[in-house]
Design a protein around this ligand. Structure first.
Ligand code: SF4
Length: 327
């Protein structure tokens, strides 16, 4: 079966302009560089990495909230395949019904002057998909799906807790019945107990509506719970891509191992530490060769000279970009 989304060599580069009158380009920030993956309908892909790894920029470029520099993002609908990276902006707007985003900060993403019913129903109004009593019914139904009471529809966002506000944001994203939902650090601003409730709700809604998620997160324990497959990003590139259990039980890339070493352990005697010292590579001034080599404990001969490609390991279900794997 065809994937819902096929991303191929997607790049988002930002020019660095010099000073002076002409403001010539003096460099390039490679925020997203040659990212490729497939995502099947009803599945969840985690995009993980430290702050500055390019995961959010990658997600926003796929949705065309940022203009891609090059590459493809093939989106397969029931009737057609479109390349989100290259179609004209005028053709992106109708597709927004099928692609929605859930943001990190529920308070900042909700208009404080709009009531809950206006916030949740707004996408239906903008796309002229419902009005009158049908609009009211669909908003009420969606509010109940996310665990909110329809009688709260006339309240403003400030009257709700952080978790409830995130539920409002989720209701707004899902009322259009999208196929693809990008959740950008959707639970990181919430208390741990509320995080679990919201994640369980997202899983239930995925089953009910056959949703496909890209879950952008830095919290690997959350990713482990919700994702089928995980792409680890470093300095704008995917350095390892594998099914979640495989990646967590047997990480192959030194950066993945370093990230996993920082996940809190159930055993309180096991210290939390991030094995990779040093600073995250600057995507505007990447080191030669493997971008991770100044921090890598396993650095070998070609690492500071040759950029490793993301290549299949074993049966091809997992990929890693590392010279340790015979590149
Ligand atoms: Fe480390 Fe070399 Fe692998 Fe990069 S390619 S992660 S420097 S071993």
């Amino acid at each position: 079966m065809k994937p819902l989304l096929q991303v191929r060599d997607l790049c988002k580069h930002f020019p660095v302009l010099g000073k002076g009158l002409l403001r010539r380009q003096v460099g390039t920030v490679r925020a997203v560089d040659r990212v490729s993956f497939d995502l099947h309908r009803g599945r969840t892909l985690g995009l993980v990495g430290e702050s500055g790894s390019g995961k959010t920029t990658c997600a926003r470029t796929i949705l065309r909230a940022l203009e891609p520099t090059s590459g493809q993002a093939l989106f397969h609908t029931a009737d057609a395949t479109v390349d989100l990276a290259t179609i004209p902006e005028s053709r992106v707007k109708p597709l927004r019904q099928s692609m929605q985003m859930i943001f990190q900060d529920p308070f900042a993403s909700l208009n404080p002057r709009m009531t809950v019913d206006a916030i949740v129903g707004e996408p239906l109004v903008i796309h002229r998909l419902a009005r009158g009593s049908e609009l009211v019914d669909r908003v009420d139904e969606m509010l109940m799906k996310v665990g909110l009471q329809p009688e709260h529809r006339q309240r403003y966002p400030h009257a709700f807790s952080g978790g409830q506000r995130q539920r409002i944001g989720i209701a707004r994203a899902l009322i259009m019945r999208p196929s693809l939902v990008i959740a950008d650090e959707a639970v990181s601003a919430l208390d741990v107990s509320v995080q679990a409730q919201v994640i369980n709700m997202l899983v239930d809604l995925q089953d009910e509506f056959n949703l496909t998620y890209i879950f952008v997160a830095h919290d690997l324990s959350v990713v482990r719970h919700i994702c089928d497959r995980v792409a680890v990003m470093y300095a704008g590139r995917i350095v390892e891509l594998a099914d979640t259990d495989v990646l967590f039980n047997d990480p192959q890339h030194p950066y993945t191992r370093a990230l996993l070493s920082a996940v809190p352990h159930l055993d309180p005697d096991v210290p939390i530490r991030f094995d990779a010292g040093g600073e995250v590579a600057d995507p505007g001034n990447l080191p030669r060769g493997c971008s991770f080599h100044p921090r890598c404990p396993d650095c070998i001969d070609p690492c500071d000279a040759e950029v490793p490609d993301l290549l299949p390991l074993g049966n091809g279900e997992r990929l890693a970009a590392c010279h340790l794997h015979g590149q």
